[in-house]
Design a protein around this ligand. Structure first.
Ligand code: PGA
Length: 259
């Protein structure tokens, strides 16, 4: 694992009111006063970003859950990486399976967004993951689905991405069957997926670059399984959905990981 563990909270389209968002942030803020051993990134809905940034502790980092690829223009409803950068956001999640599924985002769209995010000097969090469970066999070889799906998603997202830009990249391995289901991946399988992703990065770039990219795990992360998933699987951190909306559970995740 490189450096401090990275803990990214993906609030998705939650909470329903700003007051609730503020309460959640205030609890995290208190913990941040004591936290020096993890980098914590909060990705709230766009409309809460600016207000939450203004009340957050300095060591709390913010990110967005998506963005468009142009800097500005006639793109109704969209937000650009440049706007996010100016606001003080540092990360942008892209290619989340919910965006691929509900908004038909393709690898080509994700590639354009990834390049725009890097150009704005933000950190993209590229989500990749296979659909079905049991994609690894019992002897630890990766089977077709994991290697095909993850390999293709990573390679297509990185088309024309120069090695000089790669250091800001975070890849989140998020098996789709593990998202929001309470069934997280085993640390062995998470480790195999990480090794596989690093192998692809080595093929596309080289080993030293592949080792610099942070690879994190997402999918039903809780305070119970987070240590196993991060330390056991040698991951650089976690992307937390549901559990990041429960203030005490999220604080527990921060506490157990920093030990
Ligand atoms: P989950 O979501 O933690 O609720 O499974 C993770 C994600 O979708 O990023």
């Amino acid at each position: 694992m490189n450096n401090k563990p990275l803990i990214i909270a993906n609030w998705k389209m939650n909470p329903a009111t700003f007051e609730e968002a503020e309460r959640l942030l205030n609890t995290i803020n208190k913990e941040m006063g004591r936290n020096e051993n993890a980098e914590v990134v909060i990705c709230p809905p766009f409309i809460y970003l600016s207000s939450l940034l203004s009340i957050a502790k300095d060591n709390l980092v913010f990110g967005a859950q998506d963005c468009f690829w142009e800097d500005k223009g006639a793109y109704t409803g969209e937000i650009s990486p440049l706007m996010l950068k100016k606001l003080g956001s540092q990360y942008v999640i892209i290619g989340h399976s919910e965006r691929r599924k509900y908004f038909q985002e393709t690898d080509q769209v994700i590639n354009r967004k990834l390049k725009a995010i890097l150009k704005a000097r933000l950190n993209p969090v590229l989500c990749v993951g296979e659909e079905a469970r049991d994609s690894f066999d019992s002897e630890g070889r990766s089977l077709d689905e994991v290697s095909l799906v993850i390999g293709e998603q990573v390679e297509k997202a990185l088309i024309e991405v120069s090695p000089a830009w790669i250091r800001n990249l975070v890849i989140a391995y998020e098996p789709i069957w593990a998202i929001g289901t309470g069934n997280s991946c085993s640390s062995d399988d998470a480790m195999r997926a990480t090794l596989f992703i690093r192998k692809i990065l080595t093929k596309l770039y080289d080993r030293s670059i592949a080792e610099k990219v942070k690879i994190i795990y997402g999918g039903s992360v809780t305070s119970q399984n987070v240590v196993d998933l991060v330390e056991g699987a040698n991951m650089d951190g976690v992307l937390v959905g549901g559990a990041s909306l429960n203030a005490s559970e999220f604080v527990k995740i921060m506490e157990v990981l920093k030990k």
